[in-house]
Ligand binder design. Sequence first.
Ligand SMILES: *[C@@H]1O[C@H](CO)[C@@H](O)[C@H](O)[C@H]1NC(C)=O
Length: 429
Amino acid sequence: MKRRCAVLHWLRCKFYVFVVSLFVVLKLVCVKISMDNSIYIEPYGPTHRSLRAQPLNGINCTAIYELEPVEIGKSLELRRKNIVEVDDGSIVSFTADCKNYMEQRGYNEVIVTDEECSFPIAYSLVVHKNSAMVERILRAIYTARNIYCIHYDQKSSKKFIAAMKNLEKCFPNVFIASKIESVQYAHITRLNADLNCLSDLLSSEVKWKYVINLCGQDFPLKSNYELVTELSKLNGANMLESSRPSEMKKKRFQFRYELKDVSYEYHKMPVKTDIAKDPPPHDIEMFVGSAYFVLTRDFVSYIMTNQLAKDFLQWTADTYSPDEHFWATMARVPGVPGEIERAEPDVTDLKSRTRLVKWNYLEGRLYPQCTGTHRRSVCIYGAAELRWLLEDGHWFANKFDPKVDPVIIKCLEEKLEEKQHQQCLKRVS
Ligand SMILES: *[C@@H]1O[C@H](CO)[C@@H](O)[C@H](O)[C@H]1NC(C)=O
C-alpha cells in the first residue's frame, strides 16, 4: 500500500521529476550483491522489478560529491567485489527491440533548450569493445539534434559489432562509419578511423558546427547544454593540444616506422627503422598533441579537400602515432580555418580542455592522486574524484572502467543528468 502511494505521488510530480526519477532507477547502474561476492552491473534495469531496487546499492552521489567518508567507504567496499559487466550479447538482445530499449533508457525524454537545438554537435566514436560502456557514453552525450558516427574495429567481436549495428538501427542520428579500419595501436589506421567518420559526418544532413572525437574509455564532464555554451565561446576556433615537439618526440616522424608483429599486448605495432624520413611537405612545421580534438566544420572540410592536408596525411602514414601530430600540426598551418598561430605558445593538455588525462608522474603536482588505479601510467578514475572531475573545467576525461570503479561512472551520469535538467529549467523559466 505504502509503495502504491509512493508511486502515485511520483506520477503526480512534474514531468521532469518523473523522468529524473525514472532515470535514476532504470538507467543508472544497479548493483546486486550476490552470495558469491560478485556484483552485476546492470545499467538498464531490464525488468520492472528493478524499480524496487535502490540505485547502485544505495550509493548517494551527492554524498560522494561531498566526499563524505561513509559514502566513499561504501564505494571502496563495492570495488572489492568481483564486478561483472553486462556482456555484448545482453546488449544485443536489449537493443534488438528499439522502442522498448529507448523507453527504458529514456532517450525520448532528453530535454534540450533552443540554443542546443540550433547548435548540433557531431561526434566521432572510435570504439572496439564493451558495448555496454559505449551505450552509456552515447546516452550521456545524446540529444536528438546531434549526430553520432560509430567506428568499430574490423577485429571487434561479432556480438560487439551486432550491438553497434543495433544502435544504428534504433537512432536516425547514429550511424556506422561507411569504411571500417582494422585499427592498430599507434598506427595510421587509428587516425583513419576518425577521418572515415569525419568524412561521413560532413556529408550528413545535420549542419553541425563542431565535431568532437571520443573513445570507449572516455566520459563527458559537461552536459550538452554546457558543451553548447562552451563551444559558442570558442567562436570558430579549434580546441586541441598543439606543442613544440621534444627531441624524443621528433624521432616519431624523423624515421620511418613499419608495422610489425610484436609478442606483447598489442600484437602489431609500428616499429622504428633506421631509414630517415624526408622533412614534411610544403615546409609544414611539426607540432605534437593528442588524438583528441574539438574541430570546426570548416577545418574538417579543409582537411578533406585541401591538397596540403592530403599530402601531409600521406607523409605521416609511416610515422609513429600520427594521430598525435596530425591534428596538432594541421591546426597551426597558416590560413587554416580556426588557426592557432605558429608563434603562439604551446597549447598543453591542461590548457586545451578537450580531454583530462591524469598521468601518474604528475599526480600530487598538477592534480590530486588517482583514487582508482593506473593502467600504463594513466589513472582510471575512482569515486573520490567525482567533484574534482566536474569542477576541473575539462569537457571530457579519460579513462573510466566500470570494472575498476562503477560508482564514479554512475555518479557522473547522475550529476550530468541533474545539471542538464537544472540548466534547461532555468532557461525556460
Ligand atoms: C544524500 O547525501 C546528501 C549529502 O549528505 C544528503 O543531503 C541527502 O539527504 C542524501 N540523500 C539521500 C536520499 O539519502
